[in-house]
Design a protein around this ligand. Structure first.
Ligand SMILES: Cc1ncc(COP(=O)(O)O)c(C=O)c1O
Length: 316
């Protein structure tokens, strides 16, 4: 007799999201008696199959393009990326069988280059001096020259980027905190994470304070993040959504990355260390004011792709 076995296991899309929320209690222990009333929680986005938060935006962008027939049947995906979105696109392209071409500054970490090569993506390198904006200009040039060859995913302007976080990240946080979240802190790259999560959290409870974080200068080591005052501002970015913004110094982020590794056993990427440092500032303000707080932040990736950076070796 022939039996029909229903498909088991998870598809690539189903494996994205539902990441753990990890407690960063050790960081707030020094607040003394009120320590238990201030919690910092980090969403461990490295648990996504491509290793970063960008799996969410990329899967939203790709599934929308596939549904609308903009991608596939010979048409490949093209975008500019500083690394993680590229890895996510490359993974999805390999899994779903469409070509992926990425424009990116040639100074992205050697680990990222290896991941992209392993997934078989085509890379167009741009000058490190032009940063992520140089990669954006190159992608626009390529698509203008051959519009029929590419679906230009344009993560900086594509509403599917923030909508992925509106649909998934925010609702996961709400559930994982039993609705007790008081503050949300996230870094700004394309701004998709901050925009989408904030929009949904404010619907669930308008009292949640949503705080963005960005590098404090144009020249910084916070890979994946943008200094909005000097960058090509993403079309999806709306600065009025943030209740406050924290400007982050690269050295403070490096130090936090070392502290998290050496004293808490958590190895995170640089932008994750930066948002933890920003969350600690928020925690200090709230502790000072004698208020309870449940602060949730997004840890975009782990330390895995930054292990060759030299800042890990410094002593504090
Ligand atoms: C390591 C890292 N952190 C943070 C971000 C910022 O996320 P978003 O683009 O959603 O603002 C990115 C984006 O590429 C990233 O790669």
């Amino acid at each position: 007799m022939i039996t029909t076995v229903k498909p088991l296991g998870s598809t690539i899309f189903e494996r994205i999201g539902n990441t753990p929320l990890i407690r960063l209690d050790g960081l707030t222990a020094h607040f003394g008696g009120s320590a238990s009333d201030i919690q910092i929680l980090g969403k461990a986005e490295w648990a996504n199959p491509g290793g970063s938060v960008k799996d969410r935006a990329a899967s939203g962008i790709v599934s929308d393009a596939l549904n609308r027939g903009l991608l596939g049947n010979g048409k490949g995906l093209l975008d500019a990326t500083s690394g993680n979105t590229g890895i996510a696109y490359a993974m999805l392209g390999a899994a779903l069988n469409f070509p992926v071409t990425l424009c990116m500054p040639s100074n992205v970490s050697p680990e990222r280059k290896k991941y992209l090569a392993a997934y078989g993506a085509n890379i167009v390198w741009t000058s490190p001096a032009d940063g992520s904006d140089g990669a954006i200009r190159k992608a626009r040039e390529l698509v203008a020259a051959e519009p029929d060859r590419y679906f230009y995913a344009d993560q900086y302007s594509n509403d599917e980027n923030w909508r992925a976080h509106y649909r998934t990240t925010a609702n996961e946080i709400w559930k994982q905190t039993d609705g007790q979240i008081t503050h949300f802190v996230a870094g700004l790259g394309t701004s998709g994470t901050f925009m989408g999560t904030t929009r949904r959290l404010k619907e669930l409870n308008p009292a949640i304070r949503c705080i963005s974080m960005q590098p404090d200068s144009a020249f910084n080591g916070l890979e994946g993040l943008k200094h909005m005052a000097t960058a090509i501002v993403p079309r999806i970015y709306d600065p009025t959504l943030a209740d406050a913004n924290i400007d982050m110094d690269t050295e403070v982020a490096y130090k936090m990355a070392r502290t998290l590794g050496r004293q808490h056993g958590i190895l995170v990427g640089i932008s994750a260390a930066a948002v933890v440092a920003a969350s600690l500032q928020v925690a200090e303000q709230e502790a000072h004011a004698g208020r309870d707080a449940v602060i949730v932040t997004i840890l975009p990736d782990s330390a895995e792709k930054y292990m060759s950076d030299r800042f890990w070796q410094e002593q504090d």
